[in-house]
Design a protein around this ligand. Structure first.
Ligand code: IMP
Ligand code: MG
Length: 170
């Protein structure tokens, strides 16, 4: 197997996740918070991030969407599993792996806002920095416009469990 070239090491990622966790903890300051993970890419990030937060006030939810095939966005978002809990009146933090074109986050925000949360904020580990019209409240890393894998991100379903973020040599 060809191992991806390291863009962000495991150490760099975990350090940043701890910083984001501390910031989120301070900002919500004991208030109830529902984290919604955009599956499948957000799963590793959310697992690490959630463990930085207060277990007495944090709940975990999941929503499943996809827009990618190989290295290209299909431009069409498919919802294949909605959240189960009622989030009306609750603080929600949407946890995404990466913001590329912004299509996914745009649709997810609309979808979640329709459920009338008290507040919705967005946390993304990676940002290719093309999207200016959406506020990313918690941003892990700005990265170049290359296709990346690892730490949740896949190429045709593979590499999600790579502990770092890397680029493929093709
Ligand atoms: P967007 O809708 O174009 O912003 O893309 C967001 C989604 O596409 C992310 O949640 C990822 O699942 C996927 N994606 C975008 N860029 C990459 C990448 O470089 N590697 C792997 N998946 C990506
Ligand atoms: Mg994703």
């Amino acid at each position: 197997m060809i191992l991806p070239e390291v863009l962000l090491s495991e150490e760099q990622i975990l350090k940043r996740v701890a910083e984001l966790g501390k910031q989120i903890k301070d900002d919500y300051n004991g208030q109830e918070l529902v984290l919604i993970c955009a599956l499948r890419g957000g799963v590793i990030f959310m697992a690490d991030l959630a463990r930085q937060l207060d277990p007495l006030t944090t709940q975990l939810e999941f929503i499943k969407v996809s827009s990618y095939q190989g290295q290209e966005s299909t431009g069409k978002l498919v919802f294949s599993g909605d959240i189960a809990m009622d989030i009306e009146g609750l603080n929600v933090l949407l946890v995404e792996d990466i913001i590329d074109t912004g299509l996914t986050i745009d649709l997810l925000i609309k979808h979640i806002m329709a459920k009338k949360p008290k507040d919705l904020k967005v946390c993304a580990l990676l940002n290719k920095n093309k999207v200016k019209h959406i506020k990313i409240d918690y941003n892990g890393f700005d990265i170049p416009n290359n296709f990346v894998v690892g730490y949740g991100l896949d190429y045709n379903g593979k590499y999600r469990n790579l502990p770092y973020v890397g680029t493929l040599p093709y």
